[in-house]
Design a protein around this ligand. Structure first.
Ligand code: ZN
Length: 423
């Protein structure tokens, strides 16, 4: 006579053993092209479960489908739920899943919602990763209501460095140094008060950038802030250190931000004529007609070089559409040949504000910005004129800033040495 007790025990052991063999992840099957057991296939075991509670194994029976849904233009939660066979009642219950669920009102095209749907076609949970680190998770409760929470991944910040030499344009040099478009514009922004990126670069110029990178679980997700940068322009070295306030300062604690931008146009729009510039034709032309010409496509935005007040915005047959700005007592800037003026006389403007677009109105052979800079009524070369000194960092921030700057400079020099050794 068999002993049922023993038989059941060995049956359970066998079942558990088979469970152990079952590949748990598809990736295992992928690595092993001929698995002993197929995924998704059920293997019947000749086991008597009569005396055995199967409660612990019900999870194996249920297959919850996970649907990744990309939000389309014009979508809202109700539309998405309907498209995926979920009822309006479920939409309603999810929308009532607490304050955090309000984030679902702001879903944007291209974002992804993960819907977990059980065999009965009921939503069991919803995952909405709304940033690189944060995911809204809405889960069903026992009573069919839903509750919401936000799960946040740890962002790991690392430092990275790059450097480059300018051979034709800063844009190309930046790309070659693996800077993103955004980072290239940021660097140009950091040094835009000192360096004319449109016409002032020369062969032999170089740059160096130290920046943060964000990682999650060891995987790169995005660039963080630029925290220090150096630019050597025409033999002069400019160094900028980022402070906690988000602004950049020289290592001595003077703001990089100055009263005037070196160039009132974005360097990206300027026709590349880098090689010619080595012979300083601009300098010659400046002497001839008391201004600097920036050749650029018609419609290129022109910005105010500094804060000020528009003292003239008009048209005549020489200057075409033109704008003059008074900056304090001493300075006036003039901008000629616009296609369109974007400001009116008497208007107050901020540095960087759009004041007109490049054109060829008046006496101009082709579309370009003619830019003049006057100090006490005398024309000066805007690209070489000594400009008012920048504001120093606030006194109470000074000590802290110098600490940071010292560390940054050390990191900068160390990494430079390392990069030099690698080349
Ligand atoms: Zn001109």
């Amino acid at each position: 006579m068999p002993k049922p007790h023993k038989w059941v025990i060995s049956g359970i052991a066998g079942f558990l053993f088979v469970l152990f063999l079952l590949p748990s992840e598809p990736v295992n099957a992928y690595k092993n092209p001929k698995p002993a057991l197929e995924i998704g296939k059920r293997y019947d075991l000749d086991v008597n479960f009569d005396n055995f509670s199967v409660e612990n194994f019900t999870g194996l029976e249920e297959t919850t489908k996970v649907k990744s849904v990309v939000v389309k233009q014009g979508d809202n939660l109700a539309i998405i739920f309907k498209r995926n066979g979920l009822s309006p009642q479920q939409t309603y219950r999810v929308s009532k899943a607490g304050k955090l669920a309000k984030k679902l009102l702001k879903i944007l095209p291209g974002e992804v919602l993960e819907l977990h749907i059980d065999q009965q076609g009921q939503l069991t949970s919803l995952h909405y990763p709304y940033s690189n680190t944060d995911t809204l998770v809405i889960t069903q409760n026992q009573d069919n209501s839903f509750s919401s929470q936000v799960k946040t991944l740890d962002l790991d910040t690392r430092l990275n460095y790059t450097q480059g030499d300018v051979t034709n344009s800063f844009w190309n040099a930046g790309l070659k140094a693996n800077l993103s478009n955004n980072q290239i514009m940021q660097v140009a922004g950091i040094f835009g008060w000192d360096i004319d990126f449109a016409l002032g670069l020369r062969a032999g110029d170089s740059f160096y950038v130290m920046f943060e990178e964000h990682y999650i679980n060891g995987e790169f997700v995005e660039n963080g802030n630029i925290i220090a940068a150096q630019f050597v322009n025409q033999g002069e070295t400019y160094t900028a250190i980022r402070y906690d306030d988000g602004n950049f300062y020289t290592p001595e604690g003077r703001s990089m931000r100055k009263s005037f931008l070196r160039a009132p146009v974005n360097f990206r729009y300027i026709s590349s004529s880098f090689k010619k510039k080595r012979f300083h034709p601009v300098q010659k032309r400046w002497k001839a007609h008391r201004g600097v010409d920036y050749a650029a496509d018609r419609g290129t935005p022109v910005i105010a070089a500094g804060d000020g007040k528009v003292i003239r915005a008009a048209y005549n047959k020489y200057n075409g559409h033109h704008v003059f700005i008074q900056h304090g007592e001493k300075y006036v800037t003039k901008y000629l040949h616009f296609t369109k003026r974007k400001v009116k006389r008497g208007q107050t403007v901020k540095q960087g504000q759009l004041i007109g677009t490049v054109g060829s109105t008046g006496l101009a052979s082709g579309p370009h910005l003619h830019y003049e800079f006057l100090v006490n009524g005398v024309h000066r070369n805007p690209r070489t004129v000594n400009l008012p000194k920048a504001q120093p960092i606030a006194k109470k921030e000074k000590a802290k800033f110098i600490d940071i700057a010292t560390t940054r400079l050390q990191q900068l020099n160390n990494s430079k040495r390392i990069m030099l050794a690698m080349n």
